[in-house]
Design a protein around this ligand. Structure first.
Ligand code: ACM
Length: 656
């Protein structure tokens, strides 16, 4: 590669850091009128630039120093500062870069790892533990093991006494085939019996394994899925004999929280339908019941809306020649994608078979840049002179409550979304509306005057109440991030997802809202898993070790019998994907921390014990390998190698 940039932190400021950036021309040719484009997700203070000019749209920075050619075998150097917290991780540096020259040529620029000033080098120690006898995660409410094992072979059969639950039985058969290459053939034996039990709660199940075989009792599709997931975790495979051994046991289990979710951001990075299904399938193994799908944001609109095709024709793509500028990664090419309505129906059906509901998120009124750039005639308020900068450094990403187009847009999008997703909920975001929006919009100011509003928060509430009423008319309950109740306009039927702090959840619960807990400090899986600078991730909310993820306890400040706790519907983990661009990294960030959080969401608080969890996890890693998951090994701090799945498929030494 002919060009390279080096970035070094040269000074830690009282609040922020100063950097030196060196651009090397390693070629034999000088270039004049060059522009350096690079992805950097902190805001660079214009006034701090030592020379040249710099523009920044989101994470995309464009630097030029027109008076200075970049001479052959030479370099140029600039300094700049940021005002956010100092860098501790290599992931904080420049992600990607390319150079454009006066002839219009694009040249790739290699990026050296950032040189940090203060970094903790040692990964934290995870206690070494003895491998547990079983690998059940989450830990069941009650499990008793007896001596003896039941043997399942390729001749085993699953029977169902109520055809309503056939698809749960099919899932079990498919998973046994996929994980152990055992295809069960029907010969009339009843090795695994799905028995309908009308006396159990919806998500409750019983699993009994003895000489007679395996019985799973439940009253719902999801209950049978949980029983099947537990059964799979009990299996011990002897490849030579094509036999699965299951220890004799009686398990009785039901969830602690009714809502157990995982949010995936498909806007910042796009995952294929197959990648999404693979994740949903894994979520079912850990007894989650909700997939919260973050489908729209500043950097991409991912859901087909038939009446507004521009949203995906324009808003699903970013790159050098697209309406939306490149961001984060793949910056010198067209990047993106979207889910057609057929794709989404396929995902919903796939998730439903696994007992998982899919909740769409259409993030409004902030985080709407992709929509606004796709539909400027509908969504731009031409007289708005407001000046603002969003957390992610955009000055044009917020819908205007003062123009008709916004309401027409909401009607169309919410109608199609509500029709497409059968879940009785739609999440409307409502987070991070930038300070300063609507202040210099005559139409917004007139609206405020008409209604006697005194702050932009009330105007935001006005728009969200419109969305809530619209959703109610479509038979849906509105969900929103904690800012959704700002301005006190939405009703108490709205469910609040707290993300900035636990305090917000307590306050909202006290006001009478139902809440879902998703505090960034313990559930954001894009946070780095350790302080070591090479650890991928970000750290603005925290560094979340496996232990911190495990020890998270929703509203632990309140006493266990505080009635406010009744307002907690449940909890979820989240993966924002600015720097999570491919499946292997997705796995690495999610696993095994999701297993720790899933245990809190499902299992009894009184049975939580980190050492015991680690002992089960140690036994469980072989199953993650078999699943082909590129997890982070907490003991070696390394990523599971790509071929691990094949290695373990060929060995037979993982017996209990
Ligand atoms: C969020 O993290 N902005 C919900």
């Amino acid at each position: 590669m002919d060009f390279r940039i080096d970035l070094a932190v040269i000074e830690i400021l009282p609040k922020g850091s100063r950097f030196g950036l060196t651009l090397h021309n390693l070629s034999e040719k000088s270039v004049a009128n060059w522009q350096l484009n690079f992805a950097f997700d902190r805001h660079i203070e214009q006034a701090s630039l030592s020379h040249g000019t710099l523009t920044q749209v989101g994470s995309l920075c464009t630097l030029s120093i027109n008076s200075t050619p970049l001479y052959a075998n030479n370099h140029c150097y600039v300094e700049f500062a940021i005002a956010t917290s100092p860098f501790k991780l290599l992931s904080d540096g420049i992600k990607e870069a390319y150079l454009t020259t006066d002839s219009g040529t694009q040249c790739t620029v290699s990026v050296s790892p950032i040189v940090l000033k203060e970094a903790i080098d040692q990964p934290s120690e995870v206690p070494s533990v003895k491998t547990a006898r079983h690998k059940l995660i989450p830990e069941p409410m009650s499990a008793n093991f007896n001596s003896g094992v039941y043997e399942l072979t390729r001749y085993s059969q699953i029977t169902v006494d109520n055809t309503e639950f056939q698809s749960a039985a099919n899932w079990l058969a498919e998973e046994i085939t996929r994980l152990f290459s055992i295809e069960s053939k029907s010969i009339g034996q009843q090795d695994i019996h799905f028995r309908h039990s009308p006396v159990l709660d919806t998500e409750e199940y019983k699993l009994i394994v003895n000489d007679n075989g395996v019985v799973i009792e439940s009253t719902s599709q999801s209950g049978f899925i949980y029983g099947a997931a537990t059964l799979i975790q009990l299996m011990d495979f002897d490849a030579a004999r094509h036999t699965l051994y299951i220890p004799f046991c009686q398990i009785h289990d039901k969830p602690r929280f009714a809502y157990r979710g995982m949010m995936i951001d498909s806007a910042r990075s796009f995952q294929s339908v197959e990648d999404i299904k693979r994740l949903i399938n894994l979520f079912a193994h850990y007894k989650l019941n909700t997939f919260h799908w973050h489908l729209t944001d500043d950097e991409g609109w991912r859901v087909e809306i038939k009446a507004l095709p521009e949203l995906t024709e324009i808003g699903a793509w970013r790159g050098p020649n697209e309406t939306l500028e490149a961001q984060f990664h793949h910056i010198n090419q067209r990047y993106g994608g979207f889910y057609s309505q057929e794709d989404i129906k396929d995902v919903i059906a796939f998730a439903a078979q696994r007992g998982i509901q899919v909740i769409p998120e259409i993030d409004i009124p902030g985080h709407c840049r992709a929509a606004i750039k796709s539909l400027p005639h509908m969504l731009v308020d031409p007289d708005d002179r407001s000046i603002y900068r969003s957390v992610q450094h955009y000055n044009d990403n917020t819908l205007s409550p003062g123009i008709d187009g916004t309401y027409r847009f909401l009607d169309i999008v919410l109608e199609e979304t509500s029709e497409l997703f059968p879940a009785p909920y739609v999440h409307i975001g409502a987070d991070e509306v930038p300070v300063g929006v609507w202040e210099k919009s005559p139409s917004c100011q007139a609206l405020m005057e008409t209604h006697g509003y005194s702050s932009s928060k009330e105007l935001q509430g006005h728009l969200l109440r419109y969305a809530e009423d619209k959703l109610k008319s479509l038979g849906k309950r509105m969900l929103g991030w904690e800012e959704a109740h700002f301005g006190h306009k939405v009703s108490k039927d709205t469910v609040i997802y707290s993300w900035l702090s636990e305090e917000a959840a307590i306050n909202c619960a006290k006001l009478g809202y139902d809440v879902v807990l998703q505090p960034g400090q313990t559930t954001y899986l894009d946070m780095a898993q350790d302080h070591c600078p090479t650890e991928p991730g970000v750290d603005w909310a925290n560094v979340i070790t496996l232990e911190q993820a495990y020890l998270y306890e929703p509203l632990s400040e309140l006493s266990s019998n505080d009635p406010i706790k009744k307002r907690i519907l449940g909890m979820q983990a989240a993966l924002w994907t600015e720097i999570v661009s491919h499946q292997q990294r997705l796995d690495y960030m999610i696993f095994p921390r999701l297993l720790a959080l899933a245990e809190t969401a499902w299992g009894l608080e009184s049975r939580k014990n980190y050492s015991a969890f680690l002992a089960r996890l140690k036994a469980h890693l072989s199953l993650l390998q078999r699943q082909g998951v590129h997890y982070r090994d907490p003991w070696t701090h390394t990523e599971e190698p790509e071929n691990a799945h094949h290695q373990t498929n060929n060995n037979n030494n993982d017996k209990i």
